[in-house]
Design a protein around this ligand. Sequence first.
Ligand code: ATP
Length: 199
Amino acid sequence: MYLKRLELQGFKSFADRTVFEFSPGVSAIVGPNGSGKSNVVDAVRWVLGEQSAKTLRGGKMEDVIFSGSHGRKPVGMAKVTLVLDNSDGGLPLDYQEVAVSRTLYRSGESRYEINRQETRLRDVHELFMDTGLGKDGFSIIGQGKIDDILSLQADERRGLIEEAAGISKYKYRKREAERRLQSTEGDIDRLEDIFYELD
Ligand code: ATP
């Protein structure tokens, strides 16, 4: 699995539709200070479901939408599409290519799509869980991240190792199953109360 293409439109400094094509191996993005290199990485984080505006170096989520520049009006929506080559079946979907998109309008309305099918943020998280590519995965090492990792608490460091080892998916499913079990036990308690009253 590798990142094949990244399409940005209205995202941060990328007012016009901009397409990055990547090949297997190392790619480098170079440019003068402030030209938008980090915005490209922010776009990858964002499309993978990042919910923190601060992590994306903004104050509120709307800040990811192009806010205008000299002679250029602000735009009304940001859209990012990330296309992965899935010919090795690294993602559990029966497609050679997997495209994930996120769109945000100034009204606050937002949408996620996987291969052009509207989907939930949760499905995007589950798709990338344990692949290392999720928004909390270790494949994006931002500026200062190494220092952060070195100063992590023991349990946080363990979380990082669990994601790398591919077991966080199972821990997540266990938590979900426990939550459902708890809610079912609550239902059973209520039913028993009703039976008791009817007796
Ligand atoms: P450096 O090399 O200094 O780290 P960089 O190439 O990584 O810089 P970025 O931080 O990606 O640059 O881009 C910063 C630029 O993006 C700034 O000029 C900023 O005005 C612009 N920018 C950020 N958000 C928006 C937005 N919503 N609308 C328009 N421009 C934006």
